[in-house]
Design a protein. Structure first.
Lengths: 500, 115
């Protein structure tokens, strides 16, 4: 059964290698890209099913026993994230067919997309701190090239900020890994979880934990380290923005959740209160930034930051319900945010601009597209019965249970402001008449029928409705994942074996 | 030996951060390289320095015995150097493209995406 753990890394890898070998065969690459993404999704789903049935699974590469070799391990949380990776890979691969121009396709857009998926899957699967660093770099180098591919001036400017801040974060991450090895003599996460409580210097462990918080915090775009995100995410083609926003910051949040539930839990009174404070500030600054924007994708980019705050809120509260809320929120926000970005891409396809001032009349011309926008936007704001409501409900309830009223108030106020900035997009792009100087794309042939531009959005909106209306199975899954995160005994036993 | 390395690492971090604060993108990238080197040396130093004791299993024995240098940090550094090399090569090409696209290496001029 354990080969299932390898598939989410191997499938995108093999897909990318074949595409590189067929460098000039553009049509073959387009087909392979979709096929590879379907393969990744199927592999992730079967891994999730297998873990749901049999519990946490681990595999030791090269058959070296656990703390010495490199471990791949998947619990429910990893598996859920892998399913989301496969899902987003598929959605973006299909959307790219219609929205990526020829020059980008011939310069290796599709292989890069799959290398990115491989890096993300590796980061979700690895059970070793240094290996996590390596997967981060695989993912980053692919995202650097995807961001800069095309070489437009705005892209290069955005890429410089993105590359600088992410390299800085990698250098910090590497330093933190080194100090952790110096302290504990191991980098296997499960082994660290066993060794760190026995160390004589708990203060040093917390210091290293803070280094990890900063390093992952830059990647997760948390307050006050998020400025690279709204400066760069609106520059590449919208398919790239969608995949970056869906997966990259989430890998940062995943790593934070992993290390602060498994490894650094000795002084949770200090560290998790700090995370909770940061969560509140991230939510508020993100949404305030969004309210001030008039560019479709910049507005959504600030919302990514704001939503990161909700994800961190669950980690900061550190109760079973709160972590379940975070896992559910993760699924919800990846779906809703990607749908919104893809819709902004359709608006760009119609009007050749992302500027909300120059958009308009979309409701009159395309009521179907407008209803898709309403579903995603209401879900993001947390209107029942869509997915965002249940995610926020769980987080707020968890906050009330442990009497953290300040964060609950922030979460509710930010929801209102989220709704406000969504109505701003609605009023500008959909409701008002388009300004006279704006020219509509005269032949929008991609908006009719089953075009690769519309199918992914319809699919995402349907998923948002489904996991909102049938929230219970998804929430059951999230609760199980949260239980595994809070009680890492099974995780440690799966990796190291024996009684713990 | 640890003292000398600690001072070197501190100096590299200081120099790297100083370079990153400058306005030139070339200096920004050099600053990033220095930070990477500082991190590598840091791994080397905090893992404990052992001189003249290579981790080799002596003839006739099954395991390492006595005092020996830990090979794991060296493996980590080797990996990090290779990764750093690739990333730095990309960064150099990126700033060349940036210079071609924007026509300046002044970071203050590269803020078209901030507004």
């Amino acid at each position: 059964m354990s080969f299932l753990l390898l598939l989410p890394i191997l499938i995108p890898f093999i897909t990318a290698i074949i595409m590189v070998l067929l460098w000039s065969q553009r049509q073959v690459q387009r087909t392979l890209s979709v096929v590879g993404a379907v393969g990744l999704l199927v592999a992730a789903l079967s891994l999730l099913y297998s873990i749901w049935q049999n519990g946490i699974q681990a595999i030791q590469l090269g058959n070296w026993p656990a703390p010495f070799g490199i471990t791949l391990v998947a619990d429910l949380f990893s598996a859920i994230m892998l399913v989301m990776t496969g899902l987003m890979g598929l959605v973006v691969a299909v959307y790219s067919l219609a929205s990526i121009d020829r020059p980008r396709e011939s310069f290796g857009y599709y292989p890069l997309l799959h290398i990115l998926l491989m890096g993300v899957s590796g980061a979700f699967l690895t059970g070793d701190m240094f290996n996590l660093y390596v997967w981060f770099e695989v993912m980053l180098i692919a995202s650097f090239v995807l961001l800069a591919l095309g070489g437009e001036r705005a892209q290069i400017e955005g890429a410089i900020k993105y590359v600088t801040l992410n390299l800085l974060s990698s250098a910090l991450f590497l330093a933190a890994v080194g100090i952790l090895y110096g302290l504990a003599g191991t980098l296997n996460m499960a082994h660290l979880a066993r060794i760190l409580p026995t160390l004589a210097e708990p203060g040093l462990v917390t210091t290293v934990a803070m280094l990890f918080l900063v390093a992952f915090g830059i990647k997760a775009a948390m307050f006050p380290l998020f400025f690279w995100l709204p400066a760069s995410y609106h520059t590449p083609p919208v398919a790239v923005t969608a995949i970056l926003s869906a997966l990259l910051t989430k890998v940062g949040v995943y790593s934070l959740i992993r290390v602060f539930t498994l490894i650094f839990v000795q002084e949770s009174g200090y560290t998790h209160t700090l995370i909770l404070t940061i969560a509140g500030l991230t939510m508020v600054t993100g949404v305030l930034g969004a309210v001030a924007q008039t560019e479709f994708r910049r507005l959504l980019s600030f919302h990514i930051v704001s939503q990161i705050g909700y994800l961190l809120m669950g980690l900061g509260l550190f109760t079973s319900l709160a972590l379940a809320g975070t896992v559910y929120f993760m699924v919800h926000v990846i779906l809703a945010k990607s749908a919104l970005f893809l819709i902004s891409g359709v608006a760009y396809y119609l009007y050749r601009t992302y500027n909300l001032k120059q958009l308009g009349s979309l409701y009159r011309l395309y009521p179907g597209l407008s209803s898709l926008f309403v579903i995603s936007a209401f879900s993001l704001a947390g209107i029942p019965p869509l997915s965002g409501f249940w995610a926020k409900f769980a987080l707020v309830k968890a906050g009330l249970e442990v009497e953290q009223y300040a964060i609950v108030a922030a979460a509710l106020a930010v929801s209102v402001l989220t709704l406000f900035s969504m109505t701003k997009i609605w009023a500008e792009a959909f409701w008002k008449d388009a300004p006279e100087e704006t020219t509509l794309n005269p032949a929008p042939k991609l908006l009719t029928g089953f075009s690769p531009l519309m199918v992914p959005i319809v699919f995402l909106a349907a998923l948002i409705v489904v996991i909102g209306l049938w929230a219970e199975p998804v929430f059951l899954l999230s609760s199980q994942a949260a239980e595994q995160l809070l009680n890492p005994t099974e995780y440690i036993r799966a990796v190291l074996g024996g009684a713990s | 030996m640890e003292t000398i390395l600690a001072i070197t690492i501190g100096g590299l971090y200081a120099a790297g951060l100083y370079m990153m604060m400058r306005r030139s993108i070339v200096k920004l990238i050099i600053g990033l390289f220095l930070l990477g080197h500082a991190a590598n040396l840091l791994i080397f130093t905090v893992s404990g320095l052992t001189r003249g004791q290579p981790p080799l299993i002596r003839p006739g024995e099954q395991t390492l015995t006595g005092l020996f240098a830990d090979p794991v940090p060296q493996a980590l550094i080797l990996t990090a150097i290779v990764i750093g090399f690739g990333v730095q090569a990309f960064a150099v090409v990126l700033i060349k493209r940036a210079y071609q696209a924007v026509g300046t290496d002044d970071l203050d001029q590269i803020k078209g995406t901030d507004i």
